[in-house]
Design a protein around this ligand. Structure first.
Ligand SMILES: Cc1cc2nc3c(=O)[nH]c(=O)nc-3n(C[C@H](O)[C@H](O)[C@H](O)COP(=O)(O)OP(=O)(O)OC[C@H]3O[C@@H](n4cnc5c(N)ncnc54)[C@H](O)[C@@H]3O)c2cc1C
Length: 400
């Protein structure tokens, strides 16, 4: 849609083929329906937020950065606001306004739109695009085809990986894909009873079988019925490489990251002193959120009925160590159905980063999530879509 808006209508006739009954289905659900369309961060910070192939994005991001995206939408009449972490949303909190204003601009720009039209095949002769074939066998001849089919996450929105197939059928490289920005499945004996509990400012570490640290971050974590979610978990799935076997990894929670072991032990001494005539299980209320108390008591191995004044120094030390390191066995990534983004895609080594044109097939362009580029949450993935769209639009309009 963005590419169709930006192509110079005097230089090209544009046909937009969309297999859904309406445009921008995924846009409707972005940012929990509020549409976090970009981020006010400077290009350097945006590049740092891109987990895969950030260098490929250098040229297109500088060509159409987030300030340019915001100015463009505002010129289309969309009023914007900026929230925590530079996240930009429509002032109305309605993601559909993004689609609405792009649709209006497409019309103005004389882009012909065919809905309910799935492209089946991209036609190439002598290394050049000649046309595209849609579901009913109809062929639309063209000099350029811009593939903006998205990834394979949330396939109900229309992104079912068709672009990967088109690329592969033409002999282009497609890197392995996996769900990213996705919850993790984890030991249900720990997570299921805590489903719905959210922990803020938590330190999360992920290690492999050899106790090698692969990931560490602070942030918010959410227990789910099947495992773990929340910003810090989504970040882990974005930052760790796609071949990571999460089922072989262990997640460590530091529930009191502001205190070192000694400070925590001092705190426990105070707690147990104040509660000296209470049973252990009734003494931990000020240490953990209510739903976590039974788990921590159980994991401690201390007799829950023991009076606090009878807890030994060794037991207390072990309890402090547990609070700083609750271990949860991971069981793997969640599915594409619950992933915000797909990691992997059309290999960017075969795509010109200035124009998004395939280096192997003349007139064939790839933009947005179909490319092997992905980023953290915060509006960065849509920024990738806008910037790559702008680069392709410029190229097919014959602009330098
Ligand atoms: C729940 C959720 C929330 C998100 N929130 C945010 C957010 O707040 N901020 C952010 O930056 N990113 C967010 N993202 C990611 C962002 O939505 C995507 O990165 C972005 O939409 C990718 O744009 P795209 O145009 O490449 O692909 P898509 O938006 O997936 O669009 C691809 C389009 O191509 C169509 N299509 C596919 N195959 C064919 C075919 N063969 N023929 C014709 N049409 C076809 C599809 O129907 C679809 O309309 C979110 C994603 C999800 C799933």
């Amino acid at each position: 849609m963005m590419c169709g808006c930006l192509i110079d209508a005097h230089k090209a006739d544009v046909l937009l083929l969309e297999k859904n009954e309406k445009l921008g289905k995924k846009l409707f659900i972005t940012g929990k329906g509020r549409g976090n369309l970009t981020n006010t961060a400077d290009v350097r910070t945006i590049l740092d937020s891109i987990s895969t192939n950030s260098r490929f994005m250098y040229s297109s991001l500088y060509g159409f950065d987030s300030a340019a995206v915001m100015a463009y939408f505002e010129a289309l009449g969309l009023r914007l606001k900026t929230e925590r972490g530079g996240r930009v949303f429509p002032q109305s909190d309605h993601a559909y306004e993004i689609t609405d204003c792009l649709s209006r601009r497409l019309k103005q720009n004389k882009v012909k739109i065919l809905l309910n039209t799935a492209v089946k095949k991209i036609l190439v002769r002598d290394g050049r695009i000649t046309g595209v074939m849609s579901g009913d066998g109809k062929i639309d001849e063209c000099d350029c085809a811009i593939v903006a089919t998205g990834g394979i996450s949330y396939p109900s929105t229309g992104s079912t990986g068709d672009g990967y197939r088109f690329a592969a059928e033409l002999g282009l490289k497609v890197t392995d894909t996996c769900p990213s920005l996705v919850p993790l499945n984890a030991d249900r004996s720990i997570c299921t009873p805590l489903a719905g509990v959210s922990l803020k400012n938590i330190r999360v570490t992920i290690t492999d079988r050899n106790n090698r640290k692969l990931f560490e971050d602070f942030g918010e974590l959410l227990f789910t019925h099947n495992g773990l979610s929340g910003p810090v978990i989504l970040t882990a799935t974005s930052r760790l490489p796609r071949n990571t076997d999460f089922s072989a990894l262990t997640l460590h929670l530091d529930l009191k990251s502001a205190l070192d072991l000694k400070q925590l032990d001092d705190r426990l001494i105070r707690e147990f002193k104040e509660n000296s005539n209470k049973q252990f299980k009734n003494s931990v209320g000020s240490l953990f959120v209510h739903k976590m108390e039974p788990l921590m008591v159980e994991l401690s191995g201390i007799d829950p009925h023991k009076f606090c004044n009878a807890i030994s120094r060794e037991e207390r030390h072990a309890f402090a160590a547990l609070i700083k390191n609750v271990e949860i066995a991971l069981k793997g990534r969640g599915s594409y159905d619950e992933a915000v983004i797909t990691k992997g895609g059309v290999d960017v080594r075969e795509v010109d980063p200035k124009t998004m044109e395939s280096k192997k097939v003349k007139g064939l362009y790839f933009i947005g999530e179909v490319l092997d580029v992905d980023a953290l949450t915060g509006g960065f993935n849509l920024q990738i879509a806008w910037s790559t769209a702008a680069a392709a639009a410029k190229a097919v309009s014959g602009e330098k």
